[in-house]
Design a protein around this ligand. Structure first.
Ligand SMILES: Nc1nc2c(ncn2[C@@H]2O[C@H](COP(=O)(O)OP(=O)(O)OP(=O)(O)O)[C@@H](O)[C@H]2O)c(=O)[nH]1
Length: 234
């Protein structure tokens, strides 16, 4: 079941079934435990979920990633306004055969969802509503922040998904949209900023605006409203 979290909540028990001792780690400088947030990254196979999460948690572009089987976990602890926040990123498998036994685990007690598509693959973009529907089927409610990320923007000549179409779809769900590249070194800070935006959102539960480098309208105010039926007229 999705959790509505408020400032001051603690999430130490969220991963009660995990065997990771990291999850109970505490801040070095005092005794307050870091709040832990589970973020799942969802989307078709090959869109770059592993590379995006690796870029954020490892700082570099992962060359020759292998298809994710089940789930890979990555973590990064952030210091936000003096508070230690630990993001536990669940890099999920895009291939059905590698994910079907794990789906229930993906969505259990999730705090935020990132839907990834590949801007050079129209089919990966067209799959986004199916991923959103799967998410809804697993009772992830409107108070769980969700964002859409179009990856592989470095492949400018191969783009198949126009920003306008992506923005239209994102608007129909009231999700913020970001376009980036896990590969392009110049986008490193932007990848960080996307995850940071989520982290601030989770921490404060308040609307937050991320300024994009081009200010082209991609990346905007969060809107908690859940549309009754998402429709994209584009
Ligand atoms: N040009 C470019 N290639 C990328 C980018 N991100 C990932 N790739 C490549 O896309 C391919 C798939 O990347 P992954 O990160 O493994 O994709 P995935 O979505 O995790 O795939 P699954 O584990 O099968 O679900 C790899 O060959 C990556 O090198 C990017 O931003 N730009």
């Amino acid at each position: 079941m999705a959790i509505e979290h408020k400032p001051g909540d603690e999430f130490d028990t969220v991963f009660g079934q995990s065997d990771s001792s990291e999850l109970t780690s505490h801040r070095d400088h005092d005794t307050a435990p870091a709040r832990i947030f589970k973020i799942i990254v969802i989307g078709d196979s090959n869109v770059g979920k592993t590379c995006l999460t690796y870029r954020f948690c490892g700082g570099t572009f992962l060359k020759n990633p292998e298809a994710t089987i089940g789930v890979d976990f990555r973590e990064r602890t952030l210091e936000l306004d003096g508070e230690s926040i630990k993001l536990q990123i669940w890099d999920t498998a895009g291939q059905e055969r590698f994910r079907k036994s794990m789906v229930e685990h993906y969505y259990r007690s999730v705090h935020a969802v990132i839907f990834v598509y590949d801007v050079t693959s129209l089919s990966s973009f067209e799959s986004v509503p199916d991923w959103i529907e799967e998410c809804s089927r697993h009772c992830v409610g409107p108070l769980v922040p969700r964002i859409m990320v179009g990856n592989k923007c470095d492949l400018r000549d191969r783009r198949e998904v126009p920003t306008t179409a992506a923005q239209c779809l994102a608007d129909s769900y009231n999700f913020p949209l970001f376009e980036t590249s896990a590969k392009e070194p110049a986008e490193k800070e932007h990848v960080d900023a996307i995850f940071l935006t989520l982290a601030y959102r989770l921490k404060s539960h308040k609307p937050l605006r991320l300024k994009q480098p081009n200010e082209g309208g991609v990346g905007r105010l969060w809107d908690q409203r859940e549309p009754e039926a998402a429709t994209c007229q584009c």
